[in-house]
Design a binder for this molecule. Structure first.
Ligand SMILES: [Zn+2]
Length: 269
């Protein structure tokens, strides 16, 4: 039997039988893996908190018969602040799903672990706007996934980005208004479409383009230190970041779908 311990982010917990849970965890050195927690529903409260989704905990494991089991766990940071809000648990679940997608077993977690921890910390502290935390996380996660866009110059005419234009999602590039109009004269270009479209263009004004460029390039510790005050620019930033990540990862996420359902309900009221 092999013992080891690792600081672990609990990405997901699924019931297994009456009293056990199968946890998906992410660690810096060992990457993402599954571990079984025995007696999950009869644990003392302090230990239960350490093994709940989104908790960052110091965990002792043992490995037997090719299966990892949890021996003990203590909370480093429970991110309690994100549990007292309607939207934040869905956002946290979405971030953890993306982290699951961008990590592997037996491979160090790399930059995705600090990114998701920082994003959870921001939600927990309640300092930034949820929409901006989400957008920054999405664009940065896409970069970690290997899809860093080039947003300094127009993809076609190579002039620096100063005016209005579009994020050319599939090409990871910026297209200026002038070049799009020239192309439109030759053949019609579909507008921003839903998932699955070939030509996906998200409108950007100078402010939203600057914000996207910031989150692509910022030092990891400063990633969430930006603001967008203009409502239209905020909307553009959010749409572009979400669209960019979903198209490049080529899948949807349950946490995001739940978030959209919640938004639809709260808008109706
Ligand atoms: Zn151009």
């Amino acid at each position: 039997m092999q013992h080891f311990s690792a600081d672990s982010l609990i990405l997901r917990a699924v019931d297994r039988g009456d009293n056990d849970q199968l946890l998906t965890v992410l660690t810096a050195d060992y990457g993402r893996f599954y571990a079984i927690l025995k007696g999950a529903h009869s644990m003392r409260r302090r230990e239960a908190v350490a093994t709940e989704p989104f908790a960052w905990s110091s965990v002792e494991y043992y490995e037997k018969g090719g299966v990892k089991w949890i021996k003990s766990a203590s909370t480093i940071e429970a991110f309690a602040g994100l549990r007292y809000d309607l939207e934040k648990p869905f956002l946290a679940a979405y971030f953890c799903e993306v982290a699951t997608e961008l990590s592997d077993e037996r491979q160090p977690a790399g930059d995705i672990l600090p990114l998701v921890l920082n994003a959870l910390h921001m939600l927990h502290m309640g300092k930034g706007e949820n929409a901006l935390i989400k957008g920054a996380f999405e664009m940065r996660a896409a970069c970690i996934g290997g899809f860093t866009p080039e947003l300094h110059t127009c993809r076609h005419c190579h002039t620096p980005v100063t005016g209005n234009g579009y994020l050319d999602v599939m090409n990871g590039a910026f297209v200026c208004q002038g070049c799009l109009q020239k192309k439109e004269a030759l053949r019609p270009i579909p507008e921003v479409d839903e998932l699955g479209g070939r030509n996906v263009l998200c409108p950007l004004s100078p402010g939203s383009a600057t914000a996207l460029r910031y989150v692509v390039e910022a030092d990891a510790k400063r990633l969430f230190s930006f603001r967008i005050t203009d409502e239209r620019e905020k909307e553009e930033f959010s749409r572009a970041a979400e669209c960019y990540l979903l198209h490049h990862l080529e899948r949807g996420f349950q946490g995001l779908e739940n978030l959209k359902k919640l938004e639809a309900i709260t808008k109706k009221k």
